[in-house]
Design a protein around this ligand. Structure first.
Ligand code: GLU
Length: 299
């Protein structure tokens, strides 16, 4: 293994809003296999910045479910709720570079802005931030902190599974929230700061998160950080075609039979379930993963 390959660091970053379900298990397994396939390290980070929706007990349960399936972090488990100083430091850096600003707008005000201009947004469509507070608060009270996307253009990146991707964040999303109006740290800032702080070289996560990548790349660039490689895994759907999630009531992965749990996750990744012991199955899949997804050190 070359030195470059062995410096790889992957991660699994669940939000503890419930136990691990079949969808998050796929992301956990894929990220573990990817790190192992390049002889790298695999870290687990509990993304509990959204305190009202998260529960430490769920975090502990996720760790226990992972462990039962032979997936154990190679380093200390990071809990984002304990890392607010890091996020504040990054926000201060962005603000002093003129890349973050305070915003007073409510959701309704943002919707109203577009309503007046006659532009319509679908019910589940993201309503882009129109840049109202870029020139200051004009006497209104600061609520959130946003990342300035003005003039950032189209971001292009290559996903290892999905291929070439592009997004003009300024148009589609607008100025990204870094710190929310309720004082909580936004996912976009925390994930960028922690991926960098933990030296993550390869992000492997569910396809439902692919859409966040361009804004994360923008924030990385503004903070002078390296952009990792990205691979987004297929989303797991229920029998009626709905994406599995805690919101749609996805059941917890049953780890009383860890091989079965692994086999189910592996099938979604196109891996053949051909061993009856956790360690044998994982070793076989590391080889299969390496030949399919790690063809060069740059992958
Ligand atoms: N915490 C996010 C989630 O559970 C995943 C973040 C990531 O992998 O970038 O959906």
């Amino acid at each position: 293994m070359s030195e470059l390959v062995s410096r790889a660091v992957g991660r699994f970053a669940p939000s503890p809003t419930g136990p691990l379900h079949a969808g998050s298990m796929v992301a956990a397994l894929a990220s573990w296999l990817d790190a192992r396939a390049r002889n790298g390290r695999w870290l687990v980070r509990i993304e509990d910045t959204d305190l009202p929706r998260c529960d430490a007990a769920h975090g502990r349960m996720i760790l226990q479910q992972l462990r039962a399936c032979g997936l154990e972090s190679d380093g200390e488990i990071v809990w984002q709720s304990a890392r607010t100083d890091l996020y504040q430091g990054a926000l201060d850096q962005l603000a002093s570079a003129g890349k973050a600003f305070a915003c007073a707008c409510t959701r309704q005000e943002i919707a109203k802005h577009w309503h007046v201009t006659g532009r319509q947004w679908g019910r589940h469509q993201e309503i882009p931030y129109p840049g109202t507070c870029r020139t200051g608060l004009h006497g209104r009270e600061a609520r959130a902190m946003r990342f300035l996307t003005q003039g950032t253009g189209t971001i292009r990146w290559v996903d290892r599974r999905l291929g070439s991707q592009s997004q003009c964040v300024e148009e589609v999303v607008g100025d990204v929230v870094l710190k929310r109006a309720d004082g909580l740290w936004a996912y976009q800032l925390a994930v960028v700061v922690d991926d960098a702080a933990q030296g993550i070289t390869h992000v492997v996560r569910g396809e439902d998160l692919a859409d966040n990548t361009a804004r994360q790349i923008l924030i990385q660039q503004a903070l002078g950080l390296t952009t990792p490689q990205y691979l987004h895994t297929p989303v797991v759907r229920s029998a009626n075609g709905e994406k599995l999630s805690k919101q749609t009531g996805a059941p917890a992965v049953d780890v009383s039979d860890p091989v079965r749990a692994l086999h189910e996750a592996g099938r979604h990744l196109g891996l053949r379930p051909d061993h009856s012991q956790v360690s044998d199955q994982l070793s076989a899949w590391v080889k299969a993963w390496a030949s399919q997804w790690v063809t060069s050190a740059a992958d």
